[in-house]
Design a binder for this molecule. Structure first.
Ligand SMILES: Nc1nc2c(c(=O)[nH]1)N[C@H]1C(S)=C(S)[C@@H](COP(=O)(O)OP(=O)(O)OC[C@H]3O[C@@H](n4cnc5c(N)ncnc54)[C@H](O)[C@@H]3O)O[C@H]1N2
Ligand code: MOO
Length: 418
């Protein structure tokens, strides 16, 4: 069987789950192979996108000798006769005569012929109006190229564009950047039992994923327009196929919640078969969340689109986001597979036999220790709402207190877990 099997016939048992890390590499590679074409955007609009080409500087940095202090640019031995002034933005005439000085502002171009810049507070006037003082030994200006040579590569393709990158690109002369645009996603919520307002009861639960998953996706740099959050989709095969088709016409990635198993109203697998989808990953050896899947569908334009099937149990759905959607999105953005940081377990976390165990933890930023949380059943969200991410306990192991394990982080923004 090939790595990407066609969607199996109805009621065919799912294939053996694949290892969690293998699943991540596989979806990342599938995303990379399907990354949308690069576009050129005005610099202020590039935030959150990804460099499609290396960032090189258009000039040396700095581009000219730049005074780093307010003072006097001097030539020869003092005291010096003032012969003019240069402000930031100006181009000074050269200093041609020993014993002369120009007044210079921080950021101004140092004139040719200047031997030193004397700080204003370290200078004084002689009775005849000349400038005296002793320039410091180290130069008081920045020499061209000390930060970068003209044409030097500063950042590789695949770098996420953030305000630091935008500022650097502006400083070295860019007006436009070639970037991979943020992928677009839709969310389809499956489950007739779901309420979209008010308290749960009488056999019905509140839809906890429709309101939350788009916000998690946005934190991965994915664009989710409000009209592409749809549900609950009626629990019929036709309604599932129709909703998937419409969403796949709009976006790169359709996330679905629920219906990943083979219960009486679990229509995801049969719907994928009707769409001629092929699985990239179909069930993963991870707890919770093992029924997660990623399937690929050829779009009308020939470009692949993806369906990420997130299991219905709410915590399991987020496990699937962190496990599969994060590396897929990195691939679609032309970024490397996310590397996971390590944390030290403050308390033991049991393993889950042949499965990888993703255990909700809170990380202490002071020492990098991770403490398992309570209320972490796959149907619960109480632990998740306080967690920083999931400690990764590999198959066949237990997480002993004091051991170093990988952390699959939630995509939280700075300050969201004070
Ligand atoms: N015979 C078996 N049944 C189940 C197994 C199994 O191995 N054998 N595994 C269980 C596990 S584990 C999971 S996870 C779920 C996955 O099922 P589905 O993806 O098909 O999800 P549903 O059946 O639609 O829902 C499961 C559960 O989650 C609730 N749910 C669904 N969507 C939402 C939502 N948007 N907000 C809040 N809660 C939601 C739903 O009401 C169910 O309680 O399968 C198990 N069954
Ligand atoms: O694996 Mo289920 O996804 O435990 O809740």
């Amino acid at each position: 069987m090939t790595a990407h099997s066609a969607v199996a016939a109805e009621h065919t048992p799912a294939p053996a789950p694949i290892a969690w890390d293998e699943a991540r590499s596989r979806v990342h590679a599938a995303g990379l192979a399907a990354a949308p074409d690069a576009v050129e955007l005005a610099l202020p609009l590039t935030d959150g996108h990804t460099l499609a080409a290396p960032l090189t500087t258009r000039t040396a940095l700095p581009a000219f000798p730049t005074s780093s202090v307010d003072g006097w640019a001097v030539r020869g031995a003092g005291p010096w006769r003032p012969v003019g002034r240069v402000l930031a933005g100006g181009t000074p005439a050269p200093l041609t005569e020993d014993g002369t000085a120009v007044e210079i502002a921080t950021g101004a171009m140092v004139p040719d012929g200047a031997a030193a810049v004397l700080r204003v507070e370290e200078s004084s006037r002689t009775p005849d109006g000349r400038i005296s003082g002793t320039p410091r030994l180290q130069p008081e200006w920045r020499t061209p190229g000390e930060e970068a040579a003209a044409g030097e590569e500063l950042l590789p393709a695949g770098t996420p564009v953030d305000p630091g990158v935008i500022g650097l690109a502006a400083s070295c002369g860019h007006d436009l950047l070639r970037v991979r645009p943020a992928p677009r996603a839709a969310l389809l919520v499956f489950g007739d039992e779901l309420l979209t307002s008010g308290p749960p009861g009488a056999g019905r639960v509140r839809d906890a994923l429709g309101p939350a998953v788009p916000a998690w996706l946005r934190r991965y740099g994915v664009r989710v327009d409000p009209q592409n959050v749809i549900g609950p989709v009626e629990d019929t095969l036709d309604a599932h196929v129709g909703a998937l088709r419409r969403a796949l016409a709009e976006v790169d990635l359709v996330c679905t919640t629920g219906g990943t198993m083979h219960g009486p109203v679990d229509h995801l697998h049969p719907a994928l078969r009707q769409l001629d989808a092929e699985y990239v990953v179909n069930t993963v050896a991870v707890r919770p969340g093992f029924p997660m899947l990623l399937a690929r569908v050829r779009g009308a334009d020939g470009r692949p689109r993806f369906v990420a099937g997130l299991p219905g149990n709410p915590q399991s759905a987020i496990v699937a986001l962190v496990s599969l959607v994060a590396p897929l999105v990195a691939g679609l953005q032309g970024r490397p597979e996310p590397t996971l940081p390590r944390v030290t377990l403050a308390e033991p976390v049991p393993g889950r036999g042949d499965y990888t165990h993703l255990a909700l933890v809170r990380v202490d930023p002071r020492d990098g220790t991770a403490r398992p949380l309570r209320h972490v059943g796959s149907a619960m969200l109480r632990g998740l709402a306080r967690a920083d991410g999931f400690a990764v306990i590999p198959p066949g192991t237990n997480g002993d207190a004091g051991s170093r394990v990988l952390l699959a982080p939630l995509p939280l923004a700075a300050g969201e877990r004070p």
